[in-house]
Design a protein. Structure first.
Length: 167
């Protein structure tokens, strides 16, 4: 005869197993490389929507099964210095202001993506954790930040990046 304790232990182990399988299934939705389609900032409460990287930004984000990711976004109107070694400080600053690049680790529960930034084009972000609400619609991945102070006035805004899966 099997004891109740043994039965409940098996039930608990089964629930943990199925929960981890479901979590992995959610992760698999992210695996691979995605191409940026659009990036907007919208003021909370019906505020203005802007396109900080222009109407046609470029970028890629990649999520691996090892729970590492890397992302890069470029504005659509970036300066093109004539010579890399003769670039002015003004040209270098303009290039820096028209891009985003970072990478690190991630976890995903099917709705919320949490990333830990290990490296960033702006060092102040390295070592921070960021949260994104996730919506997957066919081959589109829509990542939205939680409301946070934004430029130029510090009023709360939500940044939304829409990505398209590459195959």
């Amino acid at each position: 005869m099997v004891s109740r304790t043994a039965i409940w232990s098996l039930v608990g182990i089964s629930m943990l197993f199925f929960a981890s399988v479901i979590a992995l299934a959610g992760d698999e939705q992210l695996y691979g490389t995605w191409r940026l389609v659009s990036f907007t900032n919208t003021g909370v409460g019906g505020g203005e929507t802007t396109e900080p990287y222009g109407k046609s930004p470029t970028g890629f984000i990649n999520y691996g099964p090892d729970h590492r990711f890397v992302a890069m976004i470029m504005g659509d109107k970036r300066p093109k210095p004539v010579d890399l070694f003769k670039m002015t400080d003004q040209e270098a600053a303009a290039l820096l202001k028209t891009m985003v690049a970072y990478g690190g680790t991630y976890s995903y529960d099917g709705k919320i993506l949490k990333v830990h930034i290990d490296m960033s084009w702006i060092e102040v972000l390295a070592g921070t954790d960021q949260v994104r609400e996730v919506k997957i619609d066919g081959n589109k991945l829509i990542l939205a930040t939680l409301p946070a102070p934004g430029p130029p006035d510090g009023k709360p805004m939500i940044s939304t990046a829409t990505w398209e899966r590459l195959r």
